[in-house]
Write a protein that binds this ligand. Structure first.
Ligand code: GDR
Length: 327
């Protein structure tokens, strides 16, 4: 044990789970904020999947409730705070724009305020997003690329991003934004396209389904592995000076090509199973994302280590194993 304490919002999500594992390996005591509801219990299946659920201290709280965060910060006295909580599904943000603004935007301010008031020497990480670039102004996006968000989610993330910069400049907080491009894993929720594909392909392979329905398969994304990306979060907080960094692989791929990798892995032909469903298109789309992580590489040697092919294959294999066990 280093004696260091980390506090994570969104601890039960994909990134929260992988980050917890990384911090535990580094000797941190890891504390997470969890929402409880009367009927749902704790959604800690990802922490269980990684075998770390019993090594994390969970605290009841909610990023919508400043008083709960303040109480937890006072109790935990964290050295590092990672704000990963969000309403993070872009499609849902059109259906619930106000709630998305509250959780994804104002939630960050509640966390920043708690740190400023009660533990101002704690280092703060804000989960910013490539979705902020939106209607891209430059073919390769860096920290200097202007934002033009295309969804209520993206707009809320821009607000949280600038509030993080503002707390750094106004109060001298060690607060950094990680502008993470899409990052995936077997722990991704099935609402996101890579996991929808890996789950769908595994179902088709096992004879549980015949088709996979997707929306805009011409969209291009820069996809990396979440396990690589949480390492960058920790590294940002180890720098003497807080700053903002793009985290990306530097390779962009269409949804269709990503999907083809998944089908090919199990020996199926994409054209026999893929159905384009206009109902799944978004009101406004982010057509292409491609990040340049040179700044993070120069500052702390970060680079993506997992190829898209290796990651998609890992996800398909994990879904095959899960479905076989379930069956
Ligand atoms: P994204 O991820 O919106 O980029 O945000 P998502 O996987 O949802 O979509 C990626 C692209 O795939 C297209 N697409 C579909 N998407 C989904 N979910 N379902 C479909 O059936 C489908 N068909 C085509 C989308 O239109 C889009 O172009 C993710 C989230 O994790 C954010 O929280 C995060 O900030 C960013 O990545 C970086």
């Amino acid at each position: 044990m280093t004696g260091k304490r980390a506090l994570i919002t969104g601890v039960t999500g994909q990134d929260g789970a992988y980050l917890s594992q990384l911090l535990l390996d580094k000797g941190y005591s890891v504390h997470g904020v969890v929402r409880r509801s009367s009927h749902a219990g704790i959604f800690d299946h990802r922490l269980k999947w990684l075998g770390i659920a019993d090594r994390i201290t969970l605290h009841d709280g909610n990023v919508l409730d400043l008083s709960s965060l303040a109480r937890i910060v006072q109790e935990v006295r964290p050295d590092g705070v990672y704000n990963l909580a969000a309403q993070s599904f872009v499609t849902a943000s059109w259906q619930q724009p106000v709630l998305t603004g509250h959780i994804t935007g104002l939630g960050a301010v509640n966390m920043l305020e708690s740190v400023r008031m009660l533990k101002p020497d704690a280092r703060y990480y804000q989960a910013s997003s490539s979705e902020m670039f939106g209607l891209v102004k430059e073919s390769v996006q860096t920290e200097a690329t202007p934002f033009h968000p295309r969804s209520p989610y993206g707009v809320a993330k821009v607000y949280a991003h600038w509030m993080t910069v503002n707390y750094r400049e106004s109060f001298g907080l060690h607060a950094s934004n990680g502008i993470l491009f899409n990052h995936e894993s077997p722990l991704r929720g099935v609402e996101f396209v890579t996991r929808k594909v890996s789950d769908g392909v595994a179902r088709i392979k096992l004879g549980l389904a015949h088709e996979l329905r997707l929306g805009n398969v011409d969209a291009q994304r820069d996809w990396g592995h979440a396990r690589d990306y949480v390492r960058a979060m920790w590294q940002m907080l180890q720098q003497d000076t807080p700053d903002d960094y793009v985290i990306a692989t530097g390779r962009t791929t269409t949804v269709r090509a990503m999907c083809r990798i998944a089908f090919a892995h199990v020996g199926l032909d994409i054209d026999d199973h893929l159905v384009i469903d206009p109902a799944l298109f978004r009101p406004a789309e982010v057509d292409m994302l491609l990040g340049n992580a040179a700044k993070a590489h120069a500052a702390f040697g970060w680079q993506a280590e997992t190829s898209l092919e290796a990651m998609i294959q890992e996800m398909v294999e994990a879904d095959l194993a899960r479905l076989r066990t379930a069956g």
